[in-house]
Ligand binder design. Structure first.
Ligand code: SF4
Length: 192
C-alpha cells in the first residue's frame, strides 16, 4: 500500500483543522441521503456537473469504495456564527480548495485515479455570476477545474459516519448548540 501520510500535511497547509487516512471499504453510503438533494430539493440540484443528477450517485460511490485502497478525510472547524453567516460560502469554497489540492498532490505521488469530493454547490460557490454551468449548458470544460469537485451528499456519503471513522468525536449538529460552539465541515479524497 502506498504511503500517503504526506498528504495530511498538504491538507493542513491548505487549511484543514484535522486529517485522517481511512479504509474506503468502511465508508457508509446511503441512498436516502442522496435522495435529500431532490426532496427537499437543494438549490444546487441539477445546476452543475458536480451535483445530482449529473454525478454517479450512491451506486458509483459504492463501486469506488470497493475499488480504492485508501481515503483521506479532512475536517475544517469554524465558529458556528461563521457557519451561519454570509461567510459560510467561503468555508464551503475552502472545502473544494482543500479537496482539489489534495487530489492534485496525490496524483503527483502516483495516485493517478485520486478522486476528491466536497460539499456545497460549485454553481453557487464559483459560477454565481453566470446564468448556467458551462459544462451543462455549452458542453465545454468546467470554468474552475482546479477547484470544483463533486458533492459528497449527492453520492449518499454518510458524513457523520465518515467523521467517526476518522476518530473525531463531534457534537451532533441536530442538537441545540452551546454558546461558543464550533461547526464542522468535511471533505474526502479517494486514493488508489
Ligand atoms: S462550470 Fe461552474 S457550475 Fe459548472 S461544474 Fe464548473 S464550477 Fe461548477
Amino acid at each position: 500500500m502506498k504511503d500517503f501520510s504526506s498528504l495530511k500535511d498538504v491538507a493542513r497547509k491548505l487549511g484543514a483543522t484535522d486529517v485522517a487516512l481511512i479504509d474506503p471499504g468502511e465508508i457508509t453510503v446511503r441512498d436516502e441521503l442522496a435522495r435529500m438533494c431532490i426532496e427537499p430539493r437543494c438549490d444546487g440540484y441539477g445546476r452543475s456537473m458536480s451535483c445530482p443528477p449529473h454525478v454517479g450517485g450512491p451506486g458509483a460511490m459504492r463501486d469506488w469504495c470497493r475499488e480504492y485502497r485508501q481515503a483521506l478525510v479532512f475536517l475544517v472547524e469554524v465558529p458556528r456564527e461563521v457557519a451561519m453567516s454570509f461567510e459560510r460560502n467561503e468555508v464551503l469554497a475552502l472545502i473544494h480548495e482543500i479537496a482539489s489540492g489534495v487530489e492534485r498532490a496525490a496524483k503527483k505521488l502516483g495516485a493517478e485515479k485520486a478522486r476528491a469530493f466536497a460539499g456545497g454547490s460549485c454553481k453557487e460557490l464559483f459560477c454565481s455570476q453566470y446564468p448556467e454551468c458551462r459544462v451543462l449548458d455549452e458542453g465545454k470544460p468546467c470554468r474552475n477545474p482546479h477547484l470544483a469537485r463533486p458533492s459528497m451528499s449527492g453520492h449518499g456519503i454518510d458524513v457523520a459516519r465518515l467523521q467517526e471513522l476518522a476518530g473525531w468525536r463531534l457534537p451532533d449538529p441536530r442538537e441545540k448548540p452551546k454558546e461558543g460552539s464550533m461547526a464542522h465541515f468535511t471533505g474526502l479524497v479517494l486514493l488508489d
